[in-house]
Design a protein around this ligand. Structure first.
Ligand SMILES: [Zn+2]
Length: 365
């Protein structure tokens, strides 16, 4: 289980020479073990650190079980440092070679998919689950008093009284109230012992509302959603609901960043499109780089100073050095920006960013 402390450890590692950070998507929809291995091999080749590549490939060939939907790897061969974090959620393929581990994608996953408390409720009992990064860590259940349908008989029955379910008696209502109170106490107790950051409630609308009203205010504020589900649902079905909420959080964060990018561009504090971004990278002005997943573009690179440009020129505009064509300037530009301390956000889907040239940068100044 990954927690913030692991990110700290990665960042604090006294590395010697470059650190390789690699994220590999191993979701079943992203291929088979053979294709994961091939993508891993290609990314390691791209990184150009043969010692680290050996260290990592040996681990994956001998020790890795390929369960999970993603994996994050950090290595620094010079200090014999290797950390492998299997993940319960898919990640985008990414590889970086930088002085310090690139943990931002992992930190984002923690933000979007970390510490989910889910509780399923009905009139009698509750089941509580604790998920972290797409994995079920713990679950518990509680069962209250059976809600009996008592027959009051004849004229004394008053269906629909007190806004309750038609046919529900006063006695039934009391039992349900008592059970719901216990459900809430049970859930709070379960959540409190764990690092729950957000709460999801599963059940019928009536039961969700009743349950929610019994939660203390501090816990009500952590409720991020509810959904209808059977009390006997498997924890895998419950996880799917939690992942759905995580994916929505992820998409919202990305679209917020894209919005900020465009409003920044309007104010002159951001660049949109490859040409402007490459210029900003060269000038070391990039604070955050937003790149649409899978975006690559050919361009030109100075053999002397490393400047990258989308435009064909005779000589380097910065140093007069020789300019050569390269198949892809995006990957080296991302690396350069990160070496200069920029953050990176791979954007999953954004028609707006795609239309604007698939890449953008928020600037430091
Ligand atoms: Zn140059």
């Amino acid at each position: 289980m990954i927690i913030e402390q692991d990110l700290r450890e990665l960042l604090d590692h006294p590395a010697s020479g470059p650190v390789l950070s690699l994220y590999l998507n191993t979701a079943p929809s992203a291929g088979t073990t053979e294709t994961y291995k091939l993508r891993l091999k290609n990314m390691l080749k791209e990184a150009g650190l043969p010692q680290d590549a050996n260290l990592i490939e040996r681990h994956f060939n001998l020790e890795y079980d390929w369960n999970g939907r993603g994996v994050a790897v950090f290595s620094n061969a010079a200090t014999n440092f290797l950390r492998v974090f299997p993940l319960g959620i898919p990640v985008r393929d990414q590889v970086y070679v930088t002085p310090k581990a690139v943990v931002k994608p992992l930190a984002d996953l923690l933000d979007d998919y970390g510490g989910y408390g889910v509780v399923l409720v009905d009139r009698q009992g509750a089941r509580a689950f604790y998920y972290h990064l797409g994995e079920l860590l713990e679950q518990e259940g509680v069962m209250g008093e059976t809600v009996k349908h008592t027959k009051l008989g004849g004229a004394s029955a008053k269906p629909g009284m007190r806004g309750g379910t038609a046919g529900q008696t006063h006695y039934e209502e009391e039992v349900v109230d008592r059970n719901m109170k216990e459900n809430a106490e049970f859930a709070v107790h379960f959540f409190e012992g764990r690092k729950v950051r957000r709460v999801l409630i599963g059940g019928t609308d009536d039961n969700v509302a009743l349950f929610r009203s019994q939660l203390p205010k501090s816990w009500q504020s952590l409720v991020v959603g509810s959904f209808p589900i059977s009390m006997t649902a498997s924890h895998v079905d419950v996880l799917e609901k939690a992942l759905q909420i995580g994916m929505e959080a992820e998409a919202r964060r990305e679209s917020r960043l894209v919005d900020q990018l465009f409003s920044g561009a309007a104010r002159g504090s951001a660049e949109v499109g490859l040409r402007g971004v490459l210029q900003a990278v060269h000038e070391n002005r990039v604070e955050l780089l937003l790149v649409l997943e899978g975006f690559k573009a050919p361009g030109y690179r100075c053999q002397a100073c490393g400047l990258m440009t989308a435009l064909q020129t005779q000589a380097c505009p910065a140093c007069g050095g020789e300019i050569k064509y390269v198949d892809d300037v995006v990957t080296p530009a991302v690396h350069q920006a990160m070496l200069n301390g920029a953050d990176i956000q791979i954007v999953h889907v954004s028609p707006a960013l795609h239309k604007a040239g698939d890449i953008g940068a928020m600037l430091r100044y």
